[in-house]
Design a binder for this molecule. Structure first.
Ligand SMILES: C[S@@+](CC[C@H](N)C(=O)[O-])C[C@H]1O[C@@H](n2cnc3c(N)ncnc32)[C@H](O)[C@@H]1O
Length: 409
């Protein structure tokens, strides 16, 4: 079988790390304080995260969606402040997002290969990996995946089509990505009925009006069809309700199809390049557990906002590589405190704040949260809890994504 060779092709070298629990988050107090965390959001390099998960999760993860940097040689700034509003680029406030910059293809292939090997080890025997790339590196990834999973384990090469403006003038506009789906074994989960969609109206009409259509084979028009391996979903820039301001955010509909097809309720769904948190959000909404990770602070912050804010949000543990430090704000919080209520009287502009009503100086148990609305500057500056405040601690994140902590109160 042909294999891909490059100068530094190495076995995985990530060491495991004892991650700190940055916070146990109980959205709107749900499950506070004792519900054990079954969902995890990691802030760290996924090589160390995956390595650290191996002892507990090897062969246990049912579905992995991976949307790594594409080898595009671009930098992707994140929008902060009112991230949602795409219409006035001149007013955007930008901060460092993530870089998709590589000294050479060898370095990129090394990066990808090591992570594919670990993802393969984490996958359950019936599990599936969806690796999302585009024309920059998909051909190389396909050969790497063949090598790690086996050529016969390619489930689909999915084409995600979209449209939008493009600066390209001397070639056709590049408006599709490639998602390579590989299964760990031949006994894999695929829920065809969960992803059926209506037949095209012309197909329905043809079958209803002609007895010869389909050469006598009549599809179940009511049941609908399993989608083809090319999917059209609008990009997030066109989805007003989903935009988080994070670059390269993927549409929820794309993840919904993947999660429904290749996992069952209660399963573990992982995304080790989670960016703005689309996968954990969709997984939680569909009753799956999640393992999510990103190496940039802005990404995990936005993921946390989305996970706290969603309907029927679930408790999760927010874990941090101890070598990573949360950026601190020099701003201050002026507070009014009652038995059960905290009101912020004065502060820098805030994106998010949360309360641990009984801070033990070690693990922050976030019982109440408030976030700035995605479509306005507004944030609720008063929170009332269902219990008395004992030794309360407050953490607030400014619109510049810096943290202020005040404790104990
Ligand atoms: C294409 S974006 C993912 C976008 C995501 N699917 C979404 O819907 O928002 C790729 C992400 O990989 C992250 N990343 C890059 N290298 C990483 C690493 N070594 N460990 C963890 N995350 C990494 C980047 O910070 C970035 O957020």
């Amino acid at each position: 079988m042909p294999t891909l060779i490059w100068s530094k092709k190495n076995p995985p070298v990530g060491e495991s790390v004892a991650f700190d629990t940055e916070a146990l988050v109980f959205p709107q107090g749900r499950g506070y304080p004792h519900t054990p965390a079954e969902n995890f959001l990691f802030w760290g390099d996924n090589l160390q995260v995956m390595q650290s998960l191996l002892p507990e999760y090897e062969q246990r993860v049912n579905l992995i969606y991976a949307d790594p940097p594409f080898y595009s040689n671009k930098r992707y700034p994140t929008r902060i402040g009112r991230g949602e509003d795409s219409r006035r680029p001149s007013e955007w406030q930008l901060t460092t997002g993530y870089a998709d910059h590589w000294p050479d293809m060898d370095t990129y292939l090394d990066f990808l290969h090591q992570r594919i090997v670990l993802m393969h080890r984490l996958l359950a025997p019936s599990g599936t990996l969806y690796l999302h790339l585009d024309w920059h590196a998909d051909a190389y990834a396909r050969i790497l995946l063949d090598e790690v999973f086996g050529t016969e384990r390619l489930l689909n090469q999915i084409v995600w089509l979209y449209h939008g403006p493009s600066p390209i003038k001397r070639a056709f506009n590049r408006k599709h990505d490639i998602i390579l789906a590989y299964t760990k074994s031949k006994d894999y989960v695929f829920n065809a009925d969960a992803v059926r969609e209506p037949y095209h109206p012309t197909t329905v009409k043809t079958f209803e009006t002609s007895t010869k259509a389909g050469f006598g084979k009549m599809p179940d028009l009511m049941r609908g069809k399993v989608p083809e391996d090319w999917w059209y979903f609008p990009v997030v820039a066109r989805l007003h309700n989903e935009r988080s301001g994070y670059p390269t955010q993927k549409p929820e509909a794309l993840l919904e199809r993947i999660v429904k097809a290749s996992s069952n309720p209660g399963d573990i769904v992982a995304d080790f390049f989670c960016g703005s948190g689309t996968t954990p959000l969709v997984a939680a909404r569909l009753g799956r557990k999640f393992l999510a990770c990103d190496s940039t602070w802005n990404a995990v912050h936005i993921s946390r906002l989305r996970l706290v804010d969603m309907q029927a949000a679930v408790p999760f543990a927010f874990m941090r590589d101890p070598r990573f430090t949360v950026p601190a704000s020099s701003g201050n919080l002026e507070l009014d405190i009652d038995r059960r209520t905290i009101r912020i009287r004065e502060s820098p502009s805030l994106d998010y704040w949360e309360i641990d009503p009984d801070w033990d100086s070690r693990t922050f148990r976030s019982m109440a949260q408030s976030r700035r609305s995605n479509r306005s500057e507004k944030i609720d500056l008063e929170l009332t809890l269902g219990c008395e405040l004992k030794r309360a601690c407050i953490r607030a994140i400014t619109v510049k994504n810096e943290q202020i902590q005040k404790s104990p109160l």
